[in-house]
Design a protein around this ligand. Structure first.
Ligand code: AMP
Ligand code: FE
Ligand code: FE
Ligand code: ZN
Length: 291
């Protein structure tokens, strides 16, 4: 059984629409795929329709933009109820922060002599509920300023680069609580990716586990073999679920092909059991718990 629990569609910064993404997931031989767009459930309906058609199990999820102190942390939420008002309000606030950041990035690029408008980015991100720096990068590629998204991040968009702008993110412990209260479960995405190992230490992860965190995404392209081994030891000590995923973004991210990392079936079963418990404890209907 091949299980990939982290993918993006064009509803956020992936390049395939949700229907195409799910079809490709089935064609690539996956048995289970989670759709985890940034900060939105907008792709769920289309993905659900195609999953039934092509016979793949779809796990409904999202990747929530959170922060721990000043550090950005991505929280994968599986089977949350996005209509739960406090969660919906938090997601709205994040999406609003994403939208208002675009003109600010364009202004900084303008100061550097690159004329890119928020309208250009909005048009480029037409299908996206969650606009992001990757869409700015796509406009920069189309304008011939950079060759790839990667180059746009390295030269302009990453923290410390000249067109970087911060945006709103929910405090991590609040996000974990909101996901749980909505009937879902939270797993930290790529916890030690991009230099975050100093932030998410075992002691911090232990506190987060006590606050309701259920798992860690360990098999991810951002993690070296050494990081994976160290994280696996922590997950064992803290009894956290271990997941592995592609973080596929279509052609938007190289070396993140569907199924390039996968989750063990027994870990997936544990995750579903915990989600069922969270749904029961919340008293809220769990959206589309996979059969
Ligand atoms: P944002 O959502 O605007 O904060 O931008 C962050 C997103 O950009 C992440 O979800 C990544 O998928 C993507 N990203 C970050 N760095 C790169 C890169 N070097 N190349 C391509 N995509 C990237
Ligand atoms: Fe992304
Ligand atoms: Fe992420
Ligand atoms: Zn992701």
């Amino acid at each position: 059984m091949r299980i990939d629990l982290h993918t993006h569609s064009s509803v956020s910064d992936g390049t395939d629409d949700p229907r195409t993404l799910v079809r490709k997931a089935a064609e690539s031989g996956l048995d289970v795929v989670a759709l985890t767009d940034h900060d939105t459930a907008e792709g769920w309906a289309g993905a659900t329709a195609v999953a039934a058609e092509v016979g793949i199990t779809l796990v409904l999820g999202m990747e929530i933009s959170t922060r721990l102190g000043a550090a950005g942390v991505h929280l994968l939420a599986y089977l949350p109820d996005p209509t739960y008002a406090p969660l919906a309000a938090a997601l709205d606030k994040i999406l609003e922060g994403r939208n208002s950041r675009v003109p600010a990035i364009c202004a900084k690029l303008g100061e550097l002599g690159f004329e890119i408008t928020a309208g250009d980015v909005r048009r480029r991100a037409a299908a996206a509920a969650a606009t992001g720096r990757p869409h700015v990068a796509d406009v920069m590629i189309a304008a011939g300023i950079v060759a790839t998204r990667d180059e746009a991040f390295e030269r302009f968009l990453n923290p410390g680069r000249p067109a970087h702008v911060n945006r709103y993110a929910v405090p991590l412990s609040e996000a974990i609580a909101l996901v749980a209260a909505s009937g879902g479960v939270g797993v930290i995405a790529h916890p030690w990716g991009r230099g975050r190992s100093g932030v998410l230490t075992e002691a911090t992860l232990s506190d987060l586990r006590d606050q309701g965190l259920v798992g860690l995404e360990i098999d991810h392209q951002d993690h070296s073999p050494e990081a994976r081994d160290a994280l696996r030891a922590i997950a064992r000590n803290l009894d956290l679920v271990v997941t592995g995923s592609s973080d596929h973004h279509g052609t938007g991210k190289i070396d993140h092909e569907l199924g390039c990392n996968t989750t063990a079936p027994e870990e997936y079963e544990r995750l579903l059991d915990l989600a069922a418990q969270a749904a029961a404890a919340s008293g809220r209907p769990a959206p589309g718990v996979p059969a």
